[in-house]
Design a protein around this ligand. Structure first.
Ligand code: FBP
Length: 568
């Protein structure tokens, strides 16, 4: 029995896996394996934002358009790479496997450069920076978290730093604690916040550097230079294990259709990756729904056709994957959600004063356009209620709380009942519903995520040591073994555009959605008709941490396919 240093509750046992994972030494890209003070950077050409360049140049007048940086061994003694520093770190947003290893990577590089340097963890997300709540990360503490899942070392939060007071408070915290640099570990919105902080500190001439780290299980923070966000690998492998188990159960009992909603917010990357790994009968891809302008009725019809076809073969069972964000991509519902977001942002106070659902829906109906009011009224009241629930601090609907899988089951069941009456269907339709999300966010990071996150943290410190700010830590060439990985920094403004948020135009990092002409979706298209009617399930099994490399170190199929490799 061992009582972790930070733990306030009763003594807890460590699992055998936890004890063993403490010993795992994550792999680093070759360029950063040497003495920390001997690693420099090569800078490319100045960069441009994705669009809205003029607006972004004026909003980020101190940090816009910096060059891409690549880390490289350089024995020039690197000015003050080894000087004593205080670095602050923040975990922001939803948990993703590997967050602790990012902090371990920063810690090891920072102390490697100068053992007298200090790493401060701000507690509970960006709110900890605003309120100056922090703890020092010591070597004893970090050793209790190496290669483990979760964000519990310092906690996370979704506070968005946006008001002048919050920016001023964040600056005061940094100055009071003599913080030289901040590392913000977060998704697209949190890295947008990192870019804004970098600009604010630069504009004030404080010299406080800010570096972001790409985190989110959703996999939607990626581009040419950020090949994947950390946590996507482990989360998808965890869900795929569960889906494979359910498929085997379905094929054994032969009596249930399983509707499985998968986390991922707007983008369908998780659902698509899980489909490639498990070959279910149906996987809806929201981006395709949007492109084909499919209505809810058409989506239901496409599932019904497959249920009927399988019933004709005597197979009254199956597995349907539903991406969490689907509802927003159905054009008529998407328009409704946009209108609701704007109305609720503009009249937040009045809406908050309406206490019953009846009053809320009556008021909302009056303020919606005619078409959206019709769509709203045609949805079951459970879904109406879920659409009116609180937005997250970035103004987004909390799609994880909308029970799309149940909505689809209800509508498929109704349609099958009609077909039965018409004599066009004679099967049986019993169902189970599931939502996989939180189950995958704090798993022990896979070897891929353990290596990637440690490398991201290590790289983040090296960007700081080389004097950069307004960058996101980047590791590339990741479909290859770690010996071929390339580490560096990508200017945050390069990934930005202007979007409508809370009813106002804001600079944001563009979310990467599933590209329908991209290799992962094309691979799915090649097989989906066969998987629909056949029972072609595959069973990935649990994540393996020890054993042959082809079992333990495989990246996601999405990454392999995107980098021109095959998925086997
Ligand atoms: P991030 O974008 O912050 O990484 O969060 C990812 C996520 O897990 C989404 O997939 C999901 O919609 C959301 O968080 C759930 O949020 P919460 O943890 O607040 O319930």
């Amino acid at each position: 029995m061992r009582i972790p240093h930070h733990y306030n509750g009763p003594a807890m046992n460590l699992s055998i896996l936890q004890k063993t994972r403490y010993q795992y030494q994550p792999k680093l890209p070759p360029a950063v394996r040497g003495t920390v003070a001997d690693i420099g950077i090569e800078l490319g050409e100045p960069t441009e934002a994705l669009s809205d360049r003029q607006e972004l140049t004026s909003l980020f007048s101190n940090t816009y358009g910096k060059p891409i940086a690549t880390l490289t061994p350089s024995a020039d003694g690197g000015a003050d790479r080894g000087r004593k520093r205080t670095v602050g770190v923040i975990l922001s947003g939803g948990q993703a496997p590997g967050g602790h290893n990012v902090i371990a990577g920063i810690f090891d590089a920072l102390k490697g450069a100068n053992p007298e340097s200090t790493l401060l963890g701000f507690l509970g997300g960006p709110g900890g920076l605003v309120d100056d709540r922090k703890m020092e990360i010591t070597s004893e503490l970090i050793d209790e978290y190496r290669n483990t899942g979760g964000f519990d070392i310092i906690g996370s939060g979704r506070t968005k730093i946006e008001t002048d007071e919050q920016f001023a408070a964040a600056r005061k915290t940094c100055l009071d604690n003599a913080v030289d640099a901040l590392v913000v570990i977060g998704g697209d919105d949190s890295n947008t916040n990192a870019a804004l902080l970098a600009e604010y500190f630069a504009a004030n001439g404080d010299g406080i550097q800010v570096i972001g780290v790409p985190k989110t299980i959703d996999g939607d923070l990626k581009n040419e230079f950020i090949e994947t966000s950390f946590g996507f690998d482990t989360a998808c492998k965890t869900y795929s294990e569960l889906i494979g188990n359910i498929e085997r159960d379905a094929n054994s009992a032969k009596k249930y259709w399983h509707f499985i909603k998968l986390m991922g917010r707007s983008a369908s990357h998780i659902a698509l990756e899980c489909a490639l790994q498990t070959q279910p009968n149906v996987c809806i891809v929201s981006e395709e729904v949007q492109q084909k302008k499919q209505t809810l009725g058409q989506i239901v019809d496409s599932i019904v056709q497959i249920v009927v076809a399988r019933a004709e073969r005597g197979d009254n069972f199956g597995v349907v994957l539903v991406p969490e964000g689907l509802i927003e991509f159905i054009p008529e519902v998407g328009t409704l959600i946009h209108e609701l977001n704007d109305i609720l942002a503009e009249h937040a106070e009045y809406f908050g004063s309406l206490h019953t659902f009846e009053d809320q829906s009556e008021w909302v109906n009056k303020n919606l356009s005619r078409d959206s009011s019709y769509v709203f009224s045609s949805l079951p009241s459970t879904i109406q209620r879920q659409l009116l629930m609180d937005r997250d601090p970035h103004g987004n609907v909390q799609v994880s709380r909308i029970e799309t899988e149940k909505l689809l089951i209800e509508m498929v069941e109704d349609r099958l009942r009609e077909l039965k009456t018409e004599g066009a269907y004679s099967g049986s339709f019993s169902w189970q519903h599931h939502f996989f999300g939180y189950e995958g966010r704090c798993a022990f990071p896979s070897n891929f995520d353990a290596d990637y996150t440690y490398s991201l943290g290590y790289t983040a410190f090296l960007l700081i040591a080389n004097g950069l700010t307004g960058y996101i830590s980047s590791v590339r060439n990741m479909s290859r073994p770690a010996d071929e990985w390339v580490a560096g920094g990508i200017p945050l403004t390069m990934m930005m555009n202007m979007e409508q948020r809370h009813g106002k135009r804001k600079p944001v990092i563009r979310k990467a959605l599933v590209e329908l002409d991209g290799a992962p979706f094309q691979e799915f298209l090649r097989y989906r008709d066969e998987w629909a009617t056949e029972t072609a399930y595959t069973f990935p099994g649990a994540i393996q941490y020890f054993g042959p490399s082809e079992v333990c170190d495989q990246p996601t199929m999405t990454l392999l396919l995107e980098q021109g490799q095959s998925r086997d």
